[in-house]
Design a protein. Structure first.
Length: 399
């Protein structure tokens, strides 16, 4: 295995910890609500507040990694993830479990910032897009299996055991990173003063190309996490399906995403990134609308819970690597800050969208599918509008 492939595998493991922690929990949400004797909306806080925590953490972790380096921030985050996972497993109340879950999620989300920044540090904008695609194709195997693993653990040992498993996963990745991860920053940010951090974020926020890609990434992630947070309730309420059934169905969603990322890795450099991303956005909108229309015309099987998400995942592999690489590459000198602001925007919006998933009707997959189509459509509209507002000279520099 080459050094690059070893790095891709390690970054995939670090980055996958956050999605694993999130998606292994998703099948347990109806079980947590029943076990704690609370409404679905209260149990959903275990997911939605943790998503918001990831957003806030990513806003801070980028500048921290710019100053202290990617390696120490990664190692510290992995240890906090393990400790907080144990705290969730032992929490006696829903409030305590939510608080510990917020800490766990914020630390586990570090990989999403650091993986993008390390790729940009080492390989530049075009190379970073390819590495992110390869990393995501490897990484997606873990969250693809996470709902199935989580569902089985919940069915056999209860929902708390999911967090014990996550703690072991985090410790294993920490040992790997401690032995193999090297520092990628050539020149560290000299200051952590609030004014300097604020200037970095202001500089990134002033970039229209950054927001063009950021809003696409935000819409894509929100659509996916809306599905993650809503589908378990739809599967249980409309079809009486348990957590292990949801986990099995999710394997096909992850499989589609992995296949699409592998395709993208072969196309990058041959087809313009914007072209691939726009094609993916259009496919995501049209496929979700098609499934919604089919449900309205009488398609009622359990497979409708997963149909739009599977088709969306096939499109997302063309969208996500370009959106991430484009946003981070908009400000190369502030890659950590750009990655942090991207993560914050993605997860802050997704947190609100995911909480809404607990209150929409769950008697069929129709409402869920329509919201997914609307979110993908919003990403397409935002990118088209901001691209038109970008000057021709800067537009030529987009991926």
């Amino acid at each position: 295995m080459t050094d690059r492939l070893r790095l891709v595998a390690l970054l995939a493991a670090i980055t996958s910890l956050g999605p694993f922690a999130m998606q292994s929990l998703a099948p347990a949400l109806p079980v947590i609500a029943a076990d704690m004797g609370v409404a679905a909306g209260e149990a959903q806080l275990m997911l939605s507040l943790s998503i918001l925590s990831i957003g806030v953490a990513t806003l801070l972790l980028g500048p921290l990694s710019d100053h202290y380096g990617r390696r120490p921030v990664a190692l510290a985050s992995l240890l906090v993830t393990a400790a907080a996972s144990v705290a969730v497993a032992l929490a006696p109340t829903l409030g305590g479990a939510v608080a510990a879950r917020v800490a766990q999620a914020g630390a586990a989300g570090a990989g999403m910032v650091l993986g993008r920044a390390i790729a940009r540090d080492l390989y530049g904008p075009v190379g970073a897009a390819q590495v992110i695609a390869q990393m995501t194709a490897v990484m997606v195997v873990v969250p693809m299996l996470a709902p199935g693993v989580g569902g089985v653990i919940v069915a056999v040992a209860g929902w708390r055991a999911v967090f014990g498993f996550t703690a072991l996963f985090a410790l294993a990745v920490w040992l790997w990173a401690r032995a193999s991860l090297r520092e990628s920053i050539v020149e560290r940010s000299p200051s952590l003063r609030a004014g300097e951090i604020a200037r970095s974020f202001r500089a990134v926020a002033a970039s229209r190309p950054f927001w063009a890609y950021c809003l696409v990434g935000t819409a894509s992630l929100s659509s996916f996490l809306f599905f993650v947070g809503t589908a378990p309730y739809v599967a249980a309420a409309a079809y009486g399906a348990g957590p292990e059934i949801y986990g099995l169905g999710f394997v096909f969603v992850g499989g589609g995403y992995m296949a699409s990322n592998l395709l993208y890795a072969r196309l990058v450099g041959r087809v313009r990134g914007d072209t691939l991303m726009l094609a993916g956005l259009a496919a995501a909108v049209l496929s979700a609308l098609g499934v919604w229309a089919a449900i309205g015309l009488g398609w009622r099987g359990l497979e409708t819970v997963f149909a739009a998400a599977i088709l969306n995942s096939l499109a997302a592999g063309l969208i996500v690597p370009n959106a991430m690489a484009g946003a981070v590459s908009a400000m190369p000198a502030r890659a950590g800050a750009a990655s942090s602001l991207l993560g914050f925007a993605q997860f802050a919006v997704a947190a609100g969208v995911t909480q809404a998933g607990a209150i929409i009707p769950h008697d069929s997959a129709g409402p869920m599918t329509l919201v997914m189509a609307a979110l993908s459509g919003a990403g397409l509209a935002c990118f088209a509008a901001l691209r038109l507002l970008t000057s021709p000279q800067r537009r030529d520099n987009l991926l």
